[in-house]
Design a protein around this ligand. Structure first.
Ligand SMILES: [Zn+2]
Length: 140
């Protein structure tokens, strides 16, 4: 039997005996159900069942107008990779901390873009407006 010295080992390459890699972060995915029809809600629950059928399981919850998928220690059958958010203004690429812009693109989908500063949000505002994007809201 091989002995392990956890202090000297590379934690990135450490895996548990079941073959699951250790997570590098946890997340909660909240799906806004407040405006969903009964048919859309049924599809959401079908999607959860389909994932379960192929062996992907995680805790779920319901509250505050959203369906929560807890991608935490309860996740099995899949892995979660967490990356830092980068500023989405041009080629800034600084780590974005707390400025979010909620945009509606020409496809009418709503996107949450992250920025490192209000200055970068304003810079992106000018560029996106030219392309038909609408800034719905921002929060710090
Ligand atoms: Zn920036």
């Amino acid at each position: 039997m091989m002995e392990h010295n956890l202090i000297e080992e590379d934690f990135d390459n450490l895996s548990c005996p079941s073959g699951r890699k250790l997570p590098n972060g946890w997340a909660t995915l909240t799906i806004d159900t407040s405006l969903m029809s009964k048919e859309q809600l049924d599809k959401l629950f079908q999607a959860e069942q389909l994932l379960l059928d192929i062996g992907v399981h995680f805790d779920t919850g319901y509250g505050g107008g959203g369906r929560d998928w807890e991608l935490d220690w309860s996740l099995s059958g899949a892995t979660l990779t967490v990356r830092p958010m980068e500023c989405m203004a041009g080629d800034c690429k600084s780590v974005a901390v707390s400025v979010f812009g909620h945009w509606q693109g020409t496809s009418k989908r709503i996107y949450a873009y992250t920025y490192c500063s209000m200055e970068c949000l304003r810079k992106d505002l000018a560029n996106k407006r030219k392309s038909g994007w609408i800034l719905l809201a921002y929060e710090k």
